[in-house]
Design a protein around this ligand. Structure first.
Ligand code: HEC
Length: 120
């Protein structure tokens, strides 16, 4: 009876697992209300975040969309600032934005700078 010593495993078994890990993500629009956390505090003080999110429409347009719409528009800061004070509709849909008569100029500037800066 011949004895065959076990041969060392001479060939490494290379298992190349090509997993499909590069699936395109298609869920970008989920759960973005939480982004209100990225808004300046003054946005919460005036409850802007109850109608607006940064990257999606809620009641009002997403602020990123607002920012994109007015890039390069030199008069935008003044018009948006005015709209925050007086409210009004017709630009994004039939739903009007409510007025904020008590907001200060400094607070408006902070909000408008923030919004217009989003798409830069
Ligand atoms: C009750 C809901 C509501 C609240 C609260 C609200 N908005 Fe709006 N906002 C809207 C709607 C609706 C529009 C779209 C108006 C339109 O179509 O002209 C809008 C539009 C805007 C626009 C774009 C305006 C334009 O003419 O393109 C800006 C900027 C804006 N809001 C900022 C703010 C800020 C800053 C606050 C907080 C001080 C705020 N919003 C609070 C509903 C709201």
């Amino acid at each position: 009876m011949k004895f065959h010593p076990a041969r060392p495993l001479s060939l490494a078994v290379l298992v190349l697992v090509l997993t499909a890990c590069g699936k395109p993500s298609s869920d970008q629009a989920s759960g973005n209300i939480a982004k209100a956390g990225e808004m300046p505090d003054v946005a919460k003080k005036y409850s802007c975040n109850s109608c607006h999110a940064i990257d999606m429409k809620v009641v009002g347009p997403g602020w990123m969309d607002v920012s994109k719409k007015y890039q390069g528009d030199a008069g935008a800061a003044t018009r948006l600032s005015d709209k925050i004070t007086k409210g009004g509709g017709g630009v994004w849909g039939v739903m009007p934005m409510p007025a904020n008569p008590k907001i200060s100029d400094a607070e408006k500037k902070e909000l408008v700078d923030f919004i217009l800066g989003l798409a830069k």
